[in-house]
Ligand binder design. Structure first.
Ligand code: HEM
Length: 248
């Protein structure tokens, strides 16, 4: 088989209008040349990381628009754009799956190529981590109207499933997806280098578990517990069985 012939076509395809508009020449040049790959799996390793960076660029760009629409009280836009962000986040989680087709042995070879680089330095993720503060500040100012409404009133006392509730739910979905990414990523590490191993920046297990446990909008999680506790006070923790049979 003439692998070189195929590789030339993959790396330097003809650029028609479509390719010119999308700058495919630059895009396809962002990966290591095939001849320089440490192992065939390095191609997918680079591409998955690059694609994830692109999704995070789009997520952050969209969140900036969301902040603007929150200020302008364009609720439908806020909801629609959050839905885009959530879909992108889900894709980010799903795409980690592809890297689990890489063997631990092959990853050892790829690690040698990374210098001292680590996911902690991901520009997209670092930017993403800056966004929740501003989102919460905007929500407090434009939806809770600086104290006029509370999370409790939106979810419980004055619950009417209005735009304030819908935006709060969009925020908690964003938070949940960020946490899911971190948990999913931990399993990827379990599969490839082992979570307890020493990584390029030391033992990752503590750092990653701490990150994965972080809730960005704790008030939105806590209201659920508060409502359930309140319910228990009103109705009791143990209620009469509806089957008439004991489960002890
Ligand atoms: C086999 C593939 C991967 C391995 C073995 C791996 C390994 C690691 C390790 C060990 C850390 C902890 C930091 C350190 O000690 O260096 C880390 C952090 C991180 N990695 Fe990965 N990673 C992989 C794939 C990915 C991918 C595809 C992404 C996509 C964005 C990514 C994004 C991150 C981020 C954002 C962090 C910081 C985590 C946080 O703040 O919670 N990693 N990675």
């Amino acid at each position: 088989m003439q692998k070189d012939k195929y590789y030339r076509m993959i790396e330097s395809p003809d650029m028609l209008d479509y390719g010119v508009y999308l700058q495919c020449d630059k895009l396809l040049d962002c990966q290591k040349a095939i001849k320089d790959l440490a192992t065939a799996d390095e191609m997918q390793f680079q591409i998955i990381h690059q694609v994830e960076e692109l999704w995070m660029k789009l997520i952050c760009f969209t969140l900036v628009d969301i902040l603007d629409y929150m200020e302008n009280q364009s609720h439908h836009r806020v909801i629609t754009l959050f839905s885009r962000v959530h879909k992108l986040q889900r894709m980010m989680v799903d795409q980690l799956d592809v890297l689990e087709t890489m063997s631990p042995k092959e990853y050892q070879q790829i690690r040698l190529q990374l210098g001292n680089g680590s996911g902690q330095e991901s520009p997209g993720f670092r930017m993403l981590l800056k966004m929740p503060n501003d989102l919460w500040a905007h929500f407090t100012q434009y939806y809770l109207e600086n104290g006029k409404y509370s999370i409790e009133s939106i979810y419980d006392d004055e619950y009417i499933h209005d735009h304030k509730y819908a935006v709060a739910e969009a925020l908690i979905e964003f938070d949940e997806q960020l946490q899911l990414f971190r948990w999913r990523h931990m399993f990827l590490i379990h599969r490839s280098i082992g979570l307890g191993s020493a990584s390029l920046k030391g033992r990752p297990v503590d750092l990653l578990q701490k990150g994965a446990a972080k809730r960005f909008f704790p008030e939105l999680w806590d209201i659920r517990c508060a409502m359930t506790d309140k319910w228990s006070v009103e109705y009791g923790k143990v209620r009469p069985s509806i089957s008439g049979k004991s489960n002890t």
